[in-house]
Ligand binder design. Structure first.
Ligand code: AGP
Length: 660
């Protein structure tokens, strides 16, 4: 059973490094809120995109030896969380020493020898940015005006702009464009007012809004590391030779398997021989015994899950929450571009295409605007002739490097189209080709089969649809409020489904794993859910699976149906529900075995089904694919394991398809 709730905070990002003229600030890691688009490219200047990063932080307070080799080793084990810039800091002879730069850990080690960092206490950071070129300036650790405090951070400080302006008004000079740096200056302010280091941190973080895991050191109290947790993951490791904290256990597991979990709104003070836990709110001391982790590093990287795919499926409450955090200004920028367009295409491949299909349904039904979702490899051949200045292409790619999507984008750009990009990978090509783009905040996805990146990119697309509907004033206030409420409940609905239906799905797989083929059916927005469910089963179990719009199934597929043929229905209680009942009965009449994903208050479809998987009630229909896809991700995962395949690295597939 996984220990860590990996509600890592993240962020999105700005493309082209040459844009520091505009409002250039950074969230989490690097943050850029603005980029100039050549006026002729777009009818008005468009700030690019907000950014967030997912990263690994580590810190230690040692009895003996130097922190350099320890921090280097910890960061190497956190590299899977992010690898575009690295930095460490320690206190030596009463001074803060910082070594940081952009690049992979090995590259920076080669240049700066971070493993040679002296000192007994130290902090380190490795970054994952999904947007905007890494820079030495924005790499962590960050320090205050007098270099008396250094801080590393993973997460998002949503109110950093306001705090920065207040601190600048008090005379603080900022060196980076990160949100993180405000923490160093806030602590500095309280130190100046005579507070001790620990208290200065406690008071400072009470001003922060967002998600953050922090580790700080201070020149005037060189024996301490102060760590703080709010939503982003942070664990403490304790041992007779020293104490540690890190974004997750693999970082220090080779040194100790004695772990203390930090809860939200708690801080830990590490010295070489002691760990103190403090409640941030009132400064109360807390006591919590360490527990022993019996994991290998390999297992720990998967935080106790047997495969990355299952870990990533279970990360969706937090990756969806982070996607929904996309700042309104950037949603509005995309909505403005779409509102001006005469033709709009959603271009992507595979799972990203299915997110576009579901989103297109919402753009027409909610924002009352026509969108054409197209598989990228067909785009230019099918629509190149009508793409022009008045065309907007929304390109979606988690890797940002899929060759078919990139060539569709280049073809459209050459015809004068405006490109809006949604990606998960910093510095990838799609963000650089985009006029405006949004990072989907999912963090690295190790499993080849896209899971958390599907629900995150669809969440972002639906947020854009709502911003567009609001701009076009085509939806009533109550409906908008209901949708916003639905967005806020999504992470909980996902958690409920994952915790209540996992075994149920496993037992259905057990029962049907001998079937040579499956068919997935859905109507309306659930056509996308059915297609994505089918893709997951295909790529992971290697079974020839079929998917159809349910209404279309009687125009061909139904001839395949015979006694015992398994048909899986995604059947939310939405505007298409009454019609899907008829389709279930058509299949049943030919002997099909019906496996249905239904609302907990469902009656009719459940009664007709041989197996049901229950989804919490009250999910607005436009959000249903984000929840109804989960049982199908679990179904494909369990079938792959049952058939002895590797669900993380299925045959013949690559995480990013960079060939045509
Ligand atoms: C999905 O599980 C597959 N890995 C594949 O279909 C993928 O969605 C497709 O290659 C697109 O990748 P992208 O989002 O990185 O562009």
């Amino acid at each position: 059973m996984p220990i860590l709730d990996d509600s890592t905070a993240f962020c999105p990002f700005g493309p082209k490094p040459n844009r520091d003229s505009l409002l250039d600030y950074s969230i989490g890691q690097t943050l850029s809120t603005g980029m100039l688009i050549p006026a002729d490219r777009f009818r008005r200047r468009i700030p690019t995109q907000q950014m967030i990063a997912m990263c690994g932080i580590a810190a230690c307070a040692l009895k003996n030896g130097e922190v350099g080799p320890v921090l280097y080793d910890c960061l190497k084990r956190l590299e899977y969380r992010g690898y575009d810039s690295v930095g460490v800091a320690s206190v030596v002879n009463g001074k803060i020493v910082v070594k940081k730069d952009k690049g992979k850990i090995e590259e920076v080690e080669h240049e700066l020898r971070i493993s040679d960092l002296p000192g007994r206490v130290g902090i380190g950071h490795t970054r994952w940015a999904t947007h905007g070129a890494p820079s030495q300036e924005n790499a962590h650790p960050h320090t205050d005006c007098g270099s008396t405090v250094a801080v590393v951070h993973n997460g998002i400080i949503e109110n950093f702009m306001k705090l920065r302006q207040e601190l600048e008004a008090q005379g603080h000079i900022f060196k980076s464009r990160t949100d993180t740096e405000v923490v160093a200056h806030l602590v500095e302010e309280h130190l100046r007012n005579g507070m001790g280091f620990v208290e200065a941190v406690r008071v400072a973080v009470k001003k922060l809004v967002g998600a953050y895991a922090l580790a700080l050191i201070c020149a005037s109290e060189p024996d301490k590391v102060v760590c703080v947790r709010k939503e982003s993951p942070l664990v403490v490791g304790t041992s007779p030779s020293g104490n540690y904290c890190a974004s997750d256990i693999p970082a220090f597991l080779s040194r100790t398997n004695r772990v203390i979990l930090l809860e939200d709104d708690e801080m830990a003070v590490l010295t070489a021989d002691k760990v103190r836990l403090i409640q941030i709110d009132d400064g109360e001391e807390l006591f919590r015994d360490p527990f022993t982790v019996e994991w290998s590093v390999e297992t720990a990287l998967k935080t106790g899950f047997p495969h990355f795919m299952l870990k990533e499926i279970n990360e969706q409450p937090s990756s969806v929450r982070n996607a929904l955090r996309t700042q309104p200004i950037y949603l509005d920028l995309m909505a403005s571009a779409l509102n001006k367009a005469k033709k709009i295409f959603f271009v992507a491949c595979g799972t990203s295409h299915h997110a576009c299909l579901a989103a297109a349904y919402v753009f027409s039904n909610l924002a009352k605007i026509e969108v054409t979702p197209v598989v990228a490899s067909e785009f230019i051949d099918s629509f190149g002739a009508i793409v022009d200045q008045d065309t907007v292409v929304v390109a979606v790619s988690q890797s940002g490097e899929t060759a078919d999507t990139l060539s569709a984008v280049r073809g459209a750009k050459n015809r004068g189209a405006t490109i809006l990009g949604i990606s998960n990978t910093m510095g990838s090509t799609l963000p650089r080709l985009s006029d405006v783009y949004i990072g989907q905040n999912s963090g690295p996805e190790m499993g080849v089969a896209a899971t958390k990146t599907f629900t995150a990119q669809l969440s972002v697309l639906l947020k854009v649809a709502v911003a567009l509907a609001r701009k076009r004033e085509v939806v009533g206030k109550n409906d908008l409020a209901a949708i916003e409420a639905g967005f806020n409940q999504l992470p909980d609905w996902i958690s409920i489904l994952l915790s209540t239906q996992r075994e149920r799905v496993g037992s259905i797989v057990e029962k049907y794993s001998d079937r040579p083929s499956f068919c997935f059916l859905g109507r309306g927005i659930s056509v996308a859910t059915a297609l994505e469910g089918r893709l997951k089963l295909l790529e992971l179990s290697y079974l020839p699976a079929i998917a159809y719009p349910a209404g279309e199934s009687k125009h061909g597929f139904i001839s395949v149906v015979e006694q015992g043929y398994p048909v899986i229905f995604a059947a939310p209680k939405d505007e298409c529900y009454s019609k899907i009942i008829g389709n279930v009965m058509e299949m049943k009449a030919r002997g099909a075995q019906i496996i249905s994903i239904v609302d907990e208050k469902d009656g009719d479809v459940a009664k007709l089904s041989d197996e049901t998987i229950i989804v919490p009630s009250g999910i607005p229909s436009m959000l249903s694919p984000i929840v109804y896809i989960l049982p199908l991700q679990l179904f494909a995962y369990s079938m792959s394991v049952r058939k002895g395949h590797d669900p993380d690295f299925p045959r013949n597939l690559a995480k990013s398809v960079t060939v045509h």
